[in-house]
Design a protein around this ligand. Sequence first.
Ligand SMILES: CC(C)(COP(=O)(O)OP(=O)(O)OC[C@H]1O[C@@H](n2cnc3c(N)ncnc32)[C@H](O)[C@@H]1OP(=O)(O)O)[C@@H](O)C(=O)NCCC(=O)NCCS
Length: 235
Amino acid sequence: MKALWTAAAAALGAAAFGLSRPGVRETLREDLDTVRRRDPAATNDFVSLISYPGMHAIWAHRGLHKLWQHDATKVPARLMSQAVRTLTGVEIHPGATIGRRFFIDHANGVVIGETSEIGDDVMLYHQVTLGGTSMEQTKRHPTLGNHVLVGSGAKILGPVVVGDNSSVGANAVVVKDVAADSSAVGIPATVRPKKSGKTAAPEAGTAAGAASAAVTEDKKSKYADFELVDPAIWI
Ligand SMILES: CC(C)(COP(=O)(O)OP(=O)(O)OC[C@H]1O[C@@H](n2cnc3c(N)ncnc32)[C@H](O)[C@@H]1OP(=O)(O)O)[C@@H](O)C(=O)NCCC(=O)NCCS
């Protein structure tokens, strides 16, 4: 019992120290804004703070990625990333490089391999794998550009590149490069230019449509700098 209290006090102390640093507070604010942009169900920052395992996994990864840069701390980083997987259901290798405003919705079952590179404003759903196809210790995992969306259950395998603003459909298996501004769907995935002007919002004129439009307007005004249109945002 005493050990539990000590651990809780240490965690609170670490949190207080972190929050006393302006950079940490800014990053936390950005993360919470990202949750709000990405998930229409997120309306309360306190609830978001404690109930998004995808965000917790990303926080842990930021620290573990720093440890991974030094030979002496590679092993602890790897072991701790396994503990994070147990707690969050998300396995991110500490060697993976991840940009800003990354978001994993529903989180469970996501695997991100060691040499994966992920740009800014990328979103993954649950059960996504960014996996390797080679046993060599080389660049063997995917590279995702900026503003990429990867649907639930999609597998992206090998050192392929998914270009900026592209989407990978739910359950697709991508084994070749995906051009920018494209959608990749199916097994093996076929790549096609994104259909423009398409929205997954409920029909206008219905009660659901009106409610959705109000939420959209609200989100637009708050987050006008946000450009990626997530076709699955209404699901
Ligand atoms: C692929 C996706 C991003 C849509 O991209 P888009 O460019 O707007 O594509 P469209 O919806 O216009 O569909 C283009 C074509 O791909 C097909 N398609 C769309 N998603 C597909 C999928 N996951 N698997 C197979 N085919 C799919 C459509 O039927 C359409 O076919 P058609 O040209 O023969 O009519 C979207 O369908 C998707 O899969 N999003 C992920 C959603 C998700 O995982 N949600 C989880 C919520 S919990």
